[in-house]
Design a protein around this ligand. Structure first.
Ligand SMILES: Cc1cc2nc3c(=O)[nH]c(=O)nc-3n(C[C@H](O)[C@H](O)[C@H](O)COP(=O)(O)O)c2cc1C
Length: 181
């Protein structure tokens, strides 16, 4: 617990040092701009220390778009997408809360099933297991949403206490509120 009301929570946070927020993004359309402008920038401006992990496909998109420097500029921690070697130290501290935005149908399904075949899903799966606040913004097309397993994946995440956001502003507002509680 970081405090009860927003003001009390923010005062306590200033005393304890910045809250580390795990930020995970997968390869949904527009992620290269949305993650920087609608998620990471507003959260960094509120004083969160961002531990950013991309799926391998999202990282490829960021690299191709030349968008990694803008993202990296918003945090002192390395933006990562690969797993560490056993002999290497952990590049990120353990985050206090996680925001997964956007969550593709693919990565959302993997999270719901506990599949951790990349660093982004490993971080998210462990967060779900630890029970830290987790907000997810699903972003899937009509056909992906019509897949018979899609509603089951959403239901599994909801049942685990995950907040499913409707859009970026909602996702950011919700993680700010949950991380401050
Ligand atoms: C231009 C483009 C836009 C895409 N947008 C979405 C999307 O919004 N939601 C989604 O679930 N998949 C989308 N996809 C498909 C995913 O990128 C694809 O399923 C990928 O394997 C997801 O990988 P990840 O979940 O590991 O990031 C898109 C693909 C392309 C090429």
């Amino acid at each position: 617990m970081r405090g009860r009301g927003t003001n009390e929570g923010e005062r306590e946070r200033m005393r304890a040092g910045p809250v580390v927020l795990g930020l995970v993004a997968s390869a949904g359309g527009g992620v290269e701009r949305a993650l920087v402008e609608r998620v990471a920038a507003p959260l960094a401006a509120r004083g969160f220390r961002l531990a950013v992990t991309l799926t391998p496909t999202a990282a490829r998109w960021f690299e191709h778009a030349g968008a990694l420097p803008a993202l990296q500029a918003l945090t002192d921690l390395p933006v990562r997408w690969t797993s560490r070697l056993p002999s290497e130290p952990r590049p990120h501290p353990v985050p206090d809360a996680f925001l997964f935005a956007p969550a593709t149908a693919n990565s959302l399904a993997k999270l719901a099933l506990g599949i951790a075949d990349n660093q982004a899903l490993t971080a998210l799966g462990e967060a779900l297991g630890r029970g830290v606040p987790l907000v997810v913004l699903p972003q899937a097309g009509e056909d992906q949403r019509a897949h018979p397993a899609f509603p089951l994946h959403l239901a599994a995440l909801r049942a685990a206490g995950v907040h499913l956001a409707a859009e970026y502003d909602d996702a950011v507002a919700e993680i700010v509120s949950r991380a401050a509680d």
